[in-house]
Design a protein around this ligand. Structure first.
Ligand SMILES: [Zn+2]
Ligand SMILES: [Zn+2]
Length: 68
């Protein structure tokens, strides 16, 4: 029985800081225009908010309807 070589795990980027401009929909830094939840003030990309609205998704934090 020959041992299978397991590839090393991918190197994780240096600790990602949860910045103010972190979009919870695409899990990354907000690009372009910002959408702010009217209830909890969570920030999202405007584009992600639009998509979320089309998909019937709610604010990831407070479940408020997305009003774009
Ligand atoms: Zn919210
Ligand atoms: Zn986004």
């Amino acid at each position: 029985m020959s041992e299978k070589k397991v590839p090393p795990p991918p190197v994780l980027p240096p600790s990602i800081k949860l910045t103010e401009n972190f979009c919870l929909f695409h899990k990354g830094t907000i690009q372009g225009d910002i959408y702010i939840c009217p209830k909890c003030k969570a920030k999202y990309c405007l584009e992600c908010a639009k998509k979320a609205k089309l998909n019937g998704q709610l604010c990831m934090k407070c479940k408020q309807l997305i009003i774009v």
